[in-house]
Design a protein around this ligand. Structure first.
Ligand SMILES: [Zn+2]
Length: 259
């Protein structure tokens, strides 16, 4: 099964411990709009892209587009790698939707704003693909995604460890997506444990997570992108963060084979 490589552009100011979550968000500290760490991450991400032929979908938080430098960095990646880069939506502000009571009105409004911003800034690369901030996805979000033309959702982490993030349950989220014509591309797990995002770095999860990624099949290339929206075509979906590329003095790369 081929691999769909995706990265999220979360900056330090977006993470749930800082904002967007009713109980996890604790700090009031003002963080930079576009942090030096994220800028460094983008530099090393570009180097990694130069070392292979993989196609990558970048899930962008639309409020980052307020920063012109951020926009020009994504546009530079589009110029450098052409069709290998696609852009999906990672929310307007990285709010952890399913951790709050249902708020269809606000989600719909935010999604509309995010979608139009991303389409405007990245007209050639934008695809109607969604990833819920921090994986907090609810069944009531599916009809709203569908109304705004989304075809793929990749928010469900099918591990018992994070089952509470999908509301009311992972199964009901999947059903709701399916009944609204949205293809759910769940994140890769191994032995029912998470392998994506923070799992690559958390002690207790990272060994299993890295083993899983070392065994991955060839990532999709520029000519394979049509498979992402094809429900008949099974894919393994993985994601990491641009910020990860700033780890280890910029030497970190996702532990997947060279093809
Ligand atoms: Zn995120």
């Amino acid at each position: 099964m081929r691999t769909w490589c995706t990265v999220d552009t979360d900056d330090l100011r977006h993470v749930p411990s800082h904002q967007g979550h009713p109980t996890r968000s604790k700090t009031n500290e003002t963080l930079p709009n576009f942090s030096p760490q994220l800028q460094e991450g983008f530099r090393h991400f570009k180097q990694w892209m130069e070392s292979n032929e993989n196609a990558v979908t970048i899930f962008v938080i639309a409020d980052q587009c307020e920063n012109e430098e951020f926009v020009s960095i994504i546009q530079d990646l589009e110029t450098a790698f052409g069709g290998r880069i696609t852009v999906g939506c990672h929310g307007l502000t990285h709010r952890s939707w399913s951790a709050w009571p249902e708020d269809s009105e606000r989600f719909s409004k935010d999604l509309k704003q995010a979608t139009s911003l991303l389409k405007k800034k990245f007209p050639d690369s934008f695809r109607p693909w969604f990833r819920a901030p921090a994986g907090y996805i609810s069944d009531w979000m599916a009809p709203l995604l569908s109304q705004q033309g989304y075809t793929v959702d990749t928010s469900v982490n099918p591990s018992w460890l994070v089952r509470k993030k999908a509301s009311p349950s992972q199964m009901l989220v999947r059903k709701s997506m399916e009944s609204h014509g949205i293809l759910e591309r769940q994140w890769m797990t191994r032995f029912s444990l998470p392998t994506c995002g923070p799992a690559q770095h958390i002690i207790g999860l990272r060994w299993n997570a890295r083993q899983a990624w070392k065994g991955l099949e060839k990532p999709l290339g520029i000519d394979d992108l049509h498979h992402i929206e094809d429900s008949e075509y099974e894919l393994t979906t993985i994601y990491w963060h641009i910020l990860d590329h700033a780890r280890k003095d910029g030497r970190w790369t996702p532990p997947i084979k060279d093809w």
